[in-house]
Design a binder for this molecule. Structure first.
Ligand SMILES: NC(=O)c1ccc[n+]([C@@H]2O[C@H](COP(=O)([O-])OP(=O)(O)OC[C@H]3O[C@@H](n4cnc5c(N)ncnc54)[C@H](O)[C@@H]3O)[C@@H](O)[C@H]2O)c1
Ligand SMILES: [Zn+2]
Length: 348
């Protein structure tokens, strides 16, 4: 028997640019570019889309319906067709402009096309800007299983323009605040205190406060991902509120009712803080209340339904699921909980 190792450098560098401008730098080599744009973002921000387009030397643009329905293999397949028609080769680039759902689907298509072409993400929702755009995770849903099929591959660049956020519907805004709340709980000070102080300004979308919080959130996420790019260690703290949040999202999908991701995370944080030992319930209450976020599921989920959904959880190892515990703002540990114990958060 022989054993040897192959070590390669991973191409995992993302250039992050924040500001109220978007300018591409595609280098001296001609590259074919496919721009995939969320229709809602495009119709509200023609000039911004034109600015992105102007920087792409040879581009094909496709407007699509974003939202959770776009996170499906059928949509990814239609993107592969467009990539073929646009003759995107190994030197090509995909630029995805939209909410977290569209970014996830487009990133998955780009990561699998020719085993991976360069990707630039331009998030247009608050969730996309503080969370989904950074970290290289992409996935689509499989039936009612959230994020079941996906890969990890870092985007080549992330362009964050908070100007996109002015047109977000209120429900999407509140959803983004759910991820902001989670980030502040995980990061602790100075983001924790600043988010509490600026909560009213954030709820009313004050542009100056907003840019500062988006940038600080990105810096925090970057620091976590840098230490654990493949999500098998500390990066799993970013799943706070997501274990039971995903149960709610799956339940909502089955009931065909809307459940914005960040809202599910906010309720998930409350539910987890009730059944996971050591959780700082008071901190969860304080931050979510300040940001005007909900704490209770809007429909009834039975314990059996919750146990069923938890059985498919990607964080499950054997009989238990590793759940991040926010012991205090900025102090996070893990607790191995059984699906039964977690499902107790839902009343029968
Ligand atoms: N990959 C990751 O690391 C990661 C992290 C967090 C969330 N996510 C995923 O992101 C998704 C949620 O993303 P989301 O909250 O951005 O929602 P979304 O992408 O579903 O978009 C919500 C709605 O807003 C519209 N929209 C987008 N930009 C707009 C704009 N500027 N103005 C007006 N309308 C606009 C979209 O068309 C859509 O209807 C979930 O599927 C979640 O799993 C992924
Ligand atoms: Zn999330």
């Amino acid at each position: 028997m022989i054993e040897f190792h192959l070590e390669t450098s991973s191409r995992a560098r993302t250039a992050i640019r924040c500001g109220d401008f978007l300018r591409g730098d595609f280098g001296p080599v001609p590259r074919t570019v496919l721009i995939v744009v969320d229709r809602a973002a495009a119709s509200a921000h023609r000039e911004r889309i034109d600015a992105v387009r102007a920087t792409c030397p040879a581009s094909v643009i496709r407007e699509v319906d974003g939202g959770e329905a776009s996170k499906a293999l059928a949509f990814v397949e239609s993107l592969w067709t467009t990539l073929a028609e646009a003759r995107i080769d190994r030197n090509g680039v995909v630029v995805a402009v939209g909410g977290g759902a569209l970014l996830d689907a487009a990133a998955f298509a780009a990561a699998t096309w020719l085993r991976g072409v360069d990707l630039i993400l331009v998030p247009t929702t608050l969730t996309g800007q503080v969370d989904a755009g950074l970290g290289g995770k992409s996935a689509v849903n499989f039936g009612s299983l959230k994020n079941q099929v996906g890969v990890i591959r870092a985007p080549f660049a992330l362009w964050v323009d908070t100007g996109f956020l002015a047109s977000l519907p209120e429900t999407e805004w509140v959803s983004g605040l759910g991820e902001v709340a989670k980030t502040a709980l995980l990061a602790g000070d100075p983001l924790w205190t600043r988010t509490l102080q600026d909560a009213a300004a954030l709820r009313s979308r004050d542009p100056a406060r907003l840019s500062a919080v988006v940038e600080a959130s990105l810096r925090f996420k970057a620091s976590v991902v840098r230490d654990d790019p493949f999500d098998d260690g500390r990066r799993m703290i970013l799943n706070a509120g997501h274990t039971l949040g995903h149960v709610l999202e799956s339940a909502a999908m089955r009931r065909d009712v809307p459940m914005p991701h960040g809202v599910a995370v906010s309720i998930g944080l409350h539910l987890e803080s009730r059944v996971v030992p050591g959780f700082d319930i008071e901190a969860v209450r304080r931050m979510t209340a300040a940001l005007g976020l909900p704490s209770e599921p809007p429909f009834r989920v039975s314990r059996d339904e919750a146990i069923d959904a938890l059985a498919g959880d990607k964080k499950r190892r054997g009989a238990s699921i590793r759940v991040p515990v926010v012991e205090a703002p900025g102090v996070v540990s893990f607790h191995a909980a059984s699906p039964d114990a977690l499902a107790a958060a839902f009343e029968d």
